[in-house]
Design a protein. Structure first.
Length: 155
């Protein structure tokens, strides 16, 4: 053992007595660091409301973002989705690319398969990726839909 290290009696661990002490964060500092790295619906709302025509709303009782009444993104409520997941409306081709590119972040369950939705694990998505994803969703819900003949009235 060198003079810059010491060991407690009965311990085989050495401690560097000249090392800088670790800074102990206050609960406020710890919360601020955690808040910066954790994506919540508050982050989704902040990014989404910066896009044109996006409004905060609800869908199926959960917080949602809509454009002209169309859902763009909402917190999932179906029990097949993992807690803390966001449903984002995208084209089926885009969904397939997202699922293939990063299955740790994106997924889909049987319940959501027939819908133009990709599920996003908010705990694993980065803010800049979320911004791009919400931009993709905005384009998807605002694109011009091919005209369809009006539905026939039932008698």
């Amino acid at each position: 053992m060198t003079s810059s290290h010491c060991a407690y009696p009965g311990s085989e661990r050495e401690y560097n007595v000249h090392a800088e002490p670790k800074k102990i964060l206050s609960s406020k500092e710890s919360y601020r660091l955690m808040a910066k790295s954790t994506i919540t619906f508050d982050t989704v709302r902040e990014i989404g409301l910066a896009l044109p025509g996006v409004e905060e709303s609800t869908a199926y009782g959960a917080p949602a973002l809509k454009v002209r009444g169309k859902i763009m993104a909402c917190m999932t409520i179906n029990r097949s989705a993992e807690p803390g997941s966001l449903g984002v409306w995208v084209d089926f081709d885009d969904r397939a690319e997202l699922l293939a590119a990063d299955p740790d972040v994106y997924y889909v369950t049987d319940h959501y398969t027939p819908y133009n939705v990709v599920l996003v694990r908010l705990s694993r998505v980065k803010r800049d990726v979320l911004r791009d994803l919400l931009g993709m969703a905005h384009k998807f819900v605002t694109r011009k839909v091919e005209s369809r003949p009006p539905a026939r009235k039932r008698r």
